[in-house]
Design a protein around this ligand. Sequence first.
Ligand code: 13P
Length: 283
Amino acid sequence: MYVDMGQLLARAVAGGYAVGAFNIVNDLTAAAAIRAAEELRSPIILQTSVSTVKEIGAEHLIVLLSDLAKRATVPVAVHLDHCTDPALVRRCMDLGWSSVMIDRSKASFEENIRTTREIVQEAQQKGVTVEGELGSIVGVEDDIVVSSGEEGLATPQGAEEFVRRTGVGAFAPAIGTAHGLYTGTPNVRFDLFDQIKRRVACPLVVHGGTGLSEGVFRRLVAAGAAKINISTAIKIAYCEGMAEYTAAHTGENNPLRMDRFVAERVKACVGEHIHIFGSDQKA
Ligand code: 13P
């Protein structure tokens, strides 16, 4: 069933688990992610990066995803990830995304609050949940590049003010995680996460999930993370699955069999994360 992300996160907070938000790139990855969630009886968030929206086309993508979500036997939310462009956020809200992220974290604190607040006000009339970000998460996500050294972590006071003044339904503070692959051991600031959690009532989101250890995930979930984003791991499962299949079946040229193989890889990747996040058997 196609549900609002706000409901999923409220249940996650009450139940002490996190819902995985997986950046799908096409119908194959979306269907595989849903199958993993169905097998584990878990709620799931399908996330669309802006590049995926542009590549497939917003109209077609939402028809495809909402159809998969409606036919699913577990709750599925469809979320627009990291969108810096208010016009595209508005378009996606109008087309049927049930939640959106407006990312103005590279702008000044006041400008971030102002634009996020505007989107929240419009979203409320449409029953859409809005995620906002404070601080900058290092790495590359789509066209948004934040170099190491440019990042600013969120502060507890800033977080409290941002959430109070914007009214966001989900909040992503920069706490030391990074998009893409980690080159060293990430310095995840659990202390900062705890302080923010104590001052902010809205569900917290962790970005940059790929490459975090099981121990770090479990600590974040225990500390109250309600949504954890996984993108690069899905892309790796997809591309490596394809490479492996074609290498092992040279000359076969059977896309459907290759798709089935790749889908299993993506499903396994999603399933592993669902299990660690503790959302299995919660649908
Ligand atoms: P990763 O690519 O590190 O998994 O990050 C995903 C993310 O936070 C998307 O917003």
